[in-house]
Structure formats: C-alpha cells, structure tokens
Write a protein that binds this ligand. Structure first.
Ligand SMILES: C[S@@+](CC[C@H](N)C(=O)[O-])C[C@H]1O[C@@H](n2cnc3c(N)ncnc32)[C@H](O)[C@@H]1O
Length: 156
C-alpha cells in the first residue's frame, strides 16, 4: 500500500465549499474521505486511486453517492481526455502540473494540500509552479495548525 492517508477535516470542509455545483476530478482517492466531502456539493466527482486495496475500500465507501465515479488505476492515464473540470483536487503526489492544468476549465479551481506552512517559495517546485505560473492566480492558506494548502484558479 502506498503512503498518504485521508485529508484533514478542515480540508474536507474547504473541499465541500469549493466543489459546489462543479464537475470535480480528484487525483488520489485513498479511502474515499475527500471524495465523500466533494460529493456533498459537487455536480459530479470522478476520483482515481492507484492502490488496489485502497480503491476497493473507497468504492464501498462511495457506493451510495450517485454523483461519484470511483476508478482504480493511474489518475493521469484515466483522466486523460476527460473534462475540462471546474475543480481538481490534486492529492496523489508525483505531480505533473502541466497535465493537471490541462484538466482545468478557465475559471476552474485547483487545490493542493499537505503543505507545511511558512516555507519559502524558492526551491519548492510545488509552490514555485502554483504560486508563480502566470496561467494561475493562487493563495496559500493555513488549514490547521502545521498544515497549509494552496488554492488556485485557472485564469480565463
Ligand atoms: C493523500 S492520499 C489521498 C487522500 C484523499 N484525496 C482524501 O482526501 O482523503 C494519496 C493517494 O494517492 C494515491 N496515488 C498516488 N499516485 C497515484 C496516481 N498516479 N494515480 C492515482 N492515485 C495515486 C496513493 O495511493 C494514495 O492513496
């Protein structure tokens, strides 16, 4: 089983707010907790998990949500050609930001969590891309003590 557990409750609350009325893609389902939060307000959610054991747990967890499609495999492979999405929750690690940007519609939102607050932008590839790429406008926010996320929008 690969690393990385479920998103924090505060992040799940953020996901519920930002997903409202949108078509959402989540890279990295884990056990389905983030997808369940997204599903409360999203129009649709497609979520992909590469670990078979986690994907099986998530399928069961998410079976009651009519607006969720829970897929097993590599998120980049399975989401290629889909979308564009109004919200992408990039939560799998090993990020290919160009491919993630391709999934986003203009005005679409992107969230990356699991950051340590207060770190410099220079030398941090995630912050350098998300906070400085001219195709995005982004803000870093503290989500819980010792935890931060970046929320970005794809500029029109
Ligand atoms: C931090 S956890 C996801 C937590 C989940 N989004 C939540 O909110 O509860 C990261 C997950 O991404 C999965 N993962 C890693 N690389 C992946 C890939 N290329 N495609 C799909 N899932 C991947 C890992 O197996 C792991 O379960």
């Amino acid at each position: 089983m690969t690393g990385g557990g479920s998103s924090l409750p505060a992040v799940q609350a953020l996901l519920r707010v930002l997903a409202a009325g949108r078509d959402v893609a989540e890279l990295g389902t884990a056990f389905g907790d983030g997808a369940a939060a997204l599903a409360v307000t999203a129009r649709s959610v497609v979520t992909v998990e590469s670990d078979p054991e986690r994907a099986a747990v998530a399928r069961e967890r998410l079976a009651g949500f009519a607006n969720v499609e829970a897929l097993e495999g590599d998120a980049y492979e399975l989401l290629r050609g889909r979308g564009p999405f109004g919200f992408v929750f990039a939560d799998s690690g090993g990020y290919d930001w160009e491919r993630i940007l391709d999934l986003l519609e203009p005005g679409g939102l992107l969230v990356k969590d699991d950051l340590t607050p207060g770190r410099p932008v220079d030398g941090d590839p995630v912050r350098e891309f998300l906070l400085r790429d001219p195709r995005l406008a982004a803000a870093e926010i503290v989500t819980a003590p010792g935890a931060a996320a970046i929320v970005a929008v794809r500029r029109s």
